[in-house]
Ligand binder design. Structure first.
Ligand SMILES: Cc1cc2nc3c(=O)[nH]c(=O)nc-3n(C[C@H](O)[C@H](O)[C@H](O)COP(=O)(O)OP(=O)(O)OC[C@H]3O[C@@H](n4cnc5c(N)ncnc54)[C@H](O)[C@@H]3O)c2cc1C
Length: 468
């Protein structure tokens, strides 16, 4: 109900036109997620006439679901905290996290542009003033709203407000069904299906920002059969349409088998528990009450470790000290994803694990913390985890991010299967491949969508201005 009201408000705010008449713009953007809205705002800033095509009733896509934050190295906010991070270290972390399968040119663009993306969002009125740590990062570089609140709603609120202020036309409930090319292969627009029928958006340039395919299990399993039947953290619109449209227009798809599972998702519900919970100090214990892995290892490694535990589940365990450090946890408590106990005995009973085993795990954790590194190789242990009340959330891995996609370069130009640029076609965000390689680091997708989304908007504007 809430979603319908939000959608109606959004539609009304943008005065959505639904007539099945052709329209002509400079730049057509497919998808009103973070990448699409960043592209639309940037192209409009430069002077382009832009339309955004969104198949769902509401803006936001997977972006609005993002919880943890946006990674950026070398920001003023980090410097104010005395964090000695750098673009070089972020480059290394991202390549290493991606198992060196990433396109280094795209990673270079990502890490060197992310700080400016934070500045851009702050200048648009966003709040990304809290900086925390996420897995695979050498330093705290995850920018998020004050108090560690959810990042995605804030990024979308900021971009949506900016789009509204610029009178950018948004066509909701409107699905892109074809990227149109002329005989030479140049892109000339998009065929769309709105409430009142299909029509053509004639455009000099098209930005395909329709997101990934994590919500389409058939497509996921066609690339990675072992993920058949897996739950997903993705929104229902993450079905890979934009990839199929681009492929039909000649685009090359790369690394499609690189699909990430997120280790900490509430079983059956599909709600993802942000990595910032582990970053701020939570540990994982199995049904025997024992720790079994470095919680801050990469997502693929932590997912694999959980799948080896009894019933393929684990508990995220934290104390009130950690809970108070991260506003995002309020939602988990409110939604009853947590079990709670004033003492270790109480919480162990609620979890159904042996209290003595859980206490022993916590004692070992504290000993490791005192030494600065524990037996699982975790060096960042910010809390003693000894202040009640205590909380635990049962978690299991689910399909989270599709790292493969459209082959682009650092200007977001799309390449065909012969390795040539498709004139007039740009792509940004989760729909692209190569940025994250074999494993995406938490916080890097939000940096990706704003950084490459902005570049796509700039490049589409430049192309449209020059196009006949
Ligand atoms: C639960 C969750 C939590 C996450 N947390 C984080 C985090 O903390 N930090 C981080 O860095 N990353 C996070 N991510 C990943 C990140 O949020 C996404 O990768 C990113 O937001 C994708 O942005 P996008 O703009 O590329 O796509 P989206 O935001 O998914 O937007 C794509 C839009 O295109 C629309 N669309 C699709 N097909 C069509 C069509 N045919 N016609 C018209 N419109 C179409 C979709 O409906 C959607 O609105 C998270 C992801 C999830 C699911």
């Amino acid at each position: 109900m809430k979603k319908i009201l939000v959608a109606t408000a959004v539609a009304a705010a943008f005065g959505c036109v639904q007539a099945a008449e052709d329209i002509t713009v400079d730049v057509a953007v497919i998808g009103a997620g973070g990448a699409g809205l960043s592209a639309a705002v940037e192209a409009t800033n430069l002077g382009a006439k832009v339309v955004v095509i969104e198949k769902m009733a509401m803006v936001g896509g997977n972006t609005i679901r993002a919880a943890g934050g946006l990674n950026a190295a070398g920001t003023a906010l980090q410097a104010a905290k005395g964090t000695k991070d750098s673009v070089e270290i972020a480059f290394y972390d991202t390549m290493k996290g991606g198992h060196w399968k990433n396109d280094p040119e795209l990673v270079r663009t990502l890490v060197s542009g992310a700080a400016s993306s934070v500045e851009w969002l702050l200048a648009l009125g966003g709040d990304l003033r809290d900086v925390g740590l996420m897995a695979g990062a050498s330093f705290p570089r995850t920018h998020r709203p004050t108090g560690g609140a959810l990042v995605g709603p804030e990024v979308i609120r900021t971009l949506w407000t900016a789009a509204k202020a610029r009178n950018i036309e948004m066509r909701m409930n409107t699905k892109a069904t074809k990227i149109i090319t002329d005989r030479s292969g140049k892109v000339t627009g998009v065929k769309v299906e709105g409430k009142d029928g299909s029509y053509t958006v004639h455009a000099k340039a098209v930005v395909d920002a329709a997101g990934g395919f994590g919500g389409n299990n058939d497509m996921v399993a066609s690339y990675v059969p072992r993920l058949k039947g897996f739950a997903t953290t993705n929104h229902p619109g993450a079905t890979g349409d934009g990839l199929k449209l681009a492929e039909k227009a000649g685009a090359q798809l790369i690394q499609m088998e690189e699909i990430q599972t997120h280790p900490t998702v509430v079983p059956k519900v599909g709600e993802m528990i942000t990595e910032a919970v582990r970053g701020n100090g939570a540990i994982l214990v199995n049904k025997e009450g024992k720790r079994f892995f470095n919680e801050l290892d990469t997502r693929d490694a932590v997912s694999a470790a959980i799948l080896k535990q009894k019933d393929a589940v684990a508990y995220l365990f934290f104390d009130s000290d950690m809970q108070k450090s991260l506003k995002a946890t309020n939602k988990y408590i409110k939604q009853s994803y947590t079990v709670k106990g004033e003492t270790i005995e109480e919480v162990a009973k609620a979890m159904g694990v042996d209290a003595a085993a859980l206490q022993a795990s916590l004692n070992t954790w504290k000993e490791g913390k005192a030494k600065g590194k524990d037996a699982f190789g975790r060096a960042n242990m910010p809390r003693d985890l000894d202040k009640g009340p205590f909380y635990a959330i049962m978690v299991t891995p689910a399909v989270h991010h599709t790292m493969g996609g459209i082959k682009i370069d650092s200007k977001t130009q799309v390449y065909n299967t012969k390795g040539q640029v498709i004139p007039g076609l740009y792509a940004a965000g989760e729909i692209t491949g190569g940025v994250h390689g074999g494993n995406r680091l938490g916080g890097n997708a939000q940096a990706d969508i704003v950084t490459f989304g902005r570049i796509a908007g700039q490049q589409a504007y430049i192309y449209a201005k020059q196009a006949k």
